[in-house]
Structure formats: C-alpha cells, structure tokens
Design a protein around this ligand. Structure first.
Ligand code: ADP
Ligand code: MG
Length: 219
C-alpha cells in the first residue's frame, strides 16, 4: 500500500500565512503513519531548495535602492530556481523512490507573477514549457485563506519581506488564480485554511487519505 507513495511529489500551495509550512509537518506525520521511512521523505521549498536556488531566493527577496527588480526578471528567476530544484533534487529523489513534499511550486508563479503582478498567464505558460516541460506534482494541497487573515498571521510570525508587503489587491488576484488552477486540476484540492489548526490538520489527512484511495483504485 505505502509503496504507492514512493516516487510521488506532493505540493502545498497558498498565499502568505495560509499555513503551508505548518501543513508540511502534517504531511510528514501522515507519511510516517503510512510507514514511509523518514529517509525517504524529502522536503523542499520554493524558491530555493538547492544551494544555487537559495541564492536566487535571496536575490528575489533583496531590496536595492535605485534598482527595481523587473517583474519579468522576477518571473525568470523563479523558473531558474525551479529548474535547479527539479533537476538536482526532485527528479533524482523521485527516481530513487522517495516521496517529495514541496512548499510551493509552479502554481505560485501563475498566482504571484500572473495574478499579483499581472504578467500574461500565456507567457508564463510558455516559460513553464521551455524550462520545466511537462513536469508536475502528483498531488497539490491548496490552502485557501483571505489575504487579510493570511497577512495578519504572517505579520505575527515576523517582519514582512518584499513580496509579503504587496497590497491586499495583489493577494486577492493571486488567490483568484490559485482557485482557478485548482478547480481545473483533478490532482489538486482546496482546503479552507482559516479554520483552527486542528481542523485544518484533519482536513489535510482526509484529503491525503482520499488521494491514496484513488491511487489504490487506479491499480
Ligand atoms: N490554522 C491556523 N490558525 C491560526 N494560525 C495558524 C494556522 N496555521 C498556521 N498558523 C500560524 O500562522 C503563521 C503562518 O503559518 P505558516 O505555516 O508559516 O504559513 P505559510 O508558510 O503559508 O506562510 C504561523 O505563525 C503559524 O503558526
Ligand atoms: Mg512558509
């Protein structure tokens, strides 16, 4: 049963403060309950997850007086970091039979650079195709929260970075893109993330159980 989870890529998506990093812990707990060995659970985050990709993350978050990071540069840096992560970590880990959990992935680029920064989604799709081809997660858990709630949580966590300081309208547009992507993806589900941690945790287990049942039925 649990070997169905070997070589699977599970992604958590959502805006700031939705509870992605918190959800990763639940996914790890669930995998351990399914008797997946800790050494076969690989956790990654985006942008980042490799030495070079983490350096690209720093550039993306960097604020330099007198030089604006152009929206298209930001988009290309996101994909550069993603290529590094996919080719160096995710693909080899999946090939070795690990289960990989990603804190953000491709949908975040559509939500933030497409929705938030209003870059044409067709253009992002083109960049996706030339950089990562048809690589995609096996399952996506999208945590849905209002930007007001999410940013309140993110603020309580610490100082907001360059992207976290965008206006509410930016995150409203990001949220709308996320929702649309998830609705049209049979391997993605939306979870109401404004609820209490325990409720969100149980909802995540329930969705993972349903996904595993689908995998079992597909054999
Ligand atoms: N369901 C929840 N209700 C209230 N606070 C939460 C919930 N889930 C996470 N938090 C808290 O909100 C903050 C942001 O959560 P985090 O998991 O870091 O979000 P993200 O990674 O999506 O930005 C953290 O301080 C976390 O402890
Ligand atoms: Mg996080």
């Amino acid at each position: 049963m649990s070997n169905l989870l070997a070589g699977k890529f599970i992604v958590i998506e959502g805006i700031e403060g939705a509870g992605k990093s918190t959800a990763i812990k639940y996914v790890i707990k669930w995998l351990e309950q399914k008797r997946i060995d800790q050494k076969n659970i690989i956790f990654t985050r985006e942008p980042g997850g490799t030495v070079l990709a983490e350096k690209i993350r720093d550039i993306i978050k960097m604020e330099i007086k007198g030089e604006l990071l152009q929206d298209k540069s930001e988009l290309l840096l996101m994909y550069a970091a993603r290529v590094q992560l996919i080719e160096n970590i995710i693909k080899p880990s999946l090939a070795a039979g690990a289960t990989v959990i990603g804190d953000r992935h491709n949908y975040s680029s559509f939500a933030y650079q497409g929705g938030g920064r209003q870059i044409d989604l067709a253009l992002i799709k083109d960049i996706q195709r030339v950089s990562i081809g048809d690589f995609k997660p096996d399952f996506t858990l999208y945590l849905d929260i209002s930007p007001e709630q999410g940013l309140t949580r993110a603020k309580a966590r610490g100082k907001l970075d360059r992207i976290e300081r965008q206006e509410i309208a930016f995150f409203d547009r990001s949220r709308a893109v996320f929702k649309n992507l998830v609705e049209n993806d049979e391997n993605a589900v939306s979870i109401e993330a404004e609820r209490k941690p325990k409720i969100v945790e149980l909802a995540i287990y329930q969705q993972l159980d349903q996904w595993l049942a689908r995998l079992e039925n597909a054999i």
